[in-house]
Design a protein around this ligand. Sequence first.
Ligand code: ATP
Ligand code: MG
Length: 566
Amino acid sequence: MKNNNENKAIDARNSLNFIQNIIEEDLKTGKRTNVHTRFPPEPNGYLHIGHAKSICLNFGLAKQYNGLCNLRFDDTNPTKEDVEYVESIKEDVHWLGFDWDDRMYYASDYFEKLYQYAVQLIKAGKAYVCELSAEEIKEYKGTPTRQGKESPYRNRSIDENLLLFEQMRAGKFDEGTHLLRAKIDMSSPNMHMRDPAVYRMKKQNHHRTGDKWCIYPMYDFAHGLSDAIEGITHSVCTLEFEVHRPLYDWFLKALDISPRPQQIEFARLNLSYTIMSKRKLMELVEGNYVDGWNDPRMPTVSGLRRRGYTAASIRSFANTIGVAKRNNVIDVALLEHSVREDLNKVANRVMCVLNPLKVIIDNYPDDLVEEIDAINNPEDASKGSRKVPFSKEFYIERDDFMEEPPKKFFRLTQGREIRLRYAYYITCVDVVKDKKTGEIIELHCTYDPQTKGGSSPDGRKVKSTLHWVSAKHALNAEVRLYDRLFFDEDPAGRKDANFKDFLNKDSLTKLNNCKVEPSLKNAKNGTSFQFERLGYFCIDIDSSPDNLLINRTVALRDSWAKIKKK
Ligand code: ATP
Ligand code: MG
């Protein structure tokens, strides 16, 4: 029998993910004495929820093992990078709750060092300047089933290579005419090992180094060496880099680097009903299909934030899905579930009527205003209560009333008594309609003064409780209801269709005549609330006191919780 402590240790080990297992083994065997990770975004777009997963993983591992995590902009590609993206990435990482302290780097900071590494490769006879054209290189490369052919430039002397490489740097040649290649193996079954490119010529301005360089290092070369320069121990990346790992290791070995960082691959996050590629997200932004990178329908970190997602809910989501070795698709309902769980704990409850229908209580004093106590959060007694004004005229939701209700409709109808949340029992006595259109304009009710606070002293029961907002105290607001941006589960997965064909035309509904209780008057932009019976909402970043703008984060109905119960 194992004692309790041993069992606990086993439990702890079993609940580790495979990357934590590798790290613990490395620390135990002394292969490593520290943990140093990095998050390496390419600043060519805004971060999305997949990146958030990677951020939580990399910064989370560092935190767990008392190590460090760097932020490194992987800006080796001069064409499409931008400071706007750099700033947004920094903001998003901070917002998610992580900090790189003073360790923010750019791969472009290492261009000189990387150049020297390339020279070292040439001197070791492990790289050469190739003058084949792009088509020839492709032809010589072979296919996975056909061996490659060696370049006629492969056996140039070291001196000649050094000179040509220097001339490449000096811009003596045209783009596309000269390439520095690693001398590895043209018959390798791994195509990435067939003399891959190390440096290419690009006479383009770089957002940080300007016109200083006209040669730029390839990703495979720059990435592992940047890891080495920063002392990264565990270089965590997504699965598609698995086939690049032999090359990652080859460069480190060829350059005699020690200790060497270790590349570890995990499955990228895929979400149903969502696209997760910066290129495609950019297409939506540039084609005005959405209102910018931070449109609340976007799966970007800034979009989710604007929608009302909390950082805690995203961290909890990342944690729940864990780290997989095989690609899979996560149900977007799980992400929605995570934000509901968090907001349920932290968001105050308030009342808002989205589609107002006016109600008048005939037997309520004309000028009386009662301040009714309402609980801010039943999940958290420390949040206390607030006063909500109640008066003769107020609004309820249009669809909380039906003239000819079906059997299971328990809300208001003529002759029926219901409860107003925190207030009184009321009974509908009359319906006023527009004579021409037949549309219901207002309801007349009576109230029972004995039911103050929402309960009856004689124990009389009612079947429903409705939310309401006092008419003369109500604030007007525009509420935006968001739905999924795509109606297809896998919008990017069809070969025969464009992902934009699956855009949900009803992903945004704007309601401009919503009535909110007055306590929202001084709420700061970005604050989240539960609107009773409706869902979680958040004040938009562009909202102002005279133009209140509110975004729905999620409705209350939790399809994930239902799935879990089954
Ligand atoms: P995309 O393909 O969406 O444009 P990317 O991989 O080109 O993304 P990078 O800026 O290169 O974007 O990514 C930075 C880091 O985030 C990398 O380590 C990458 O592996 C990781 N990452 C990107 N997408 C995902 C995802 N869906 N799930 C987990 N990690 C991701
Ligand atoms: Mg990338």
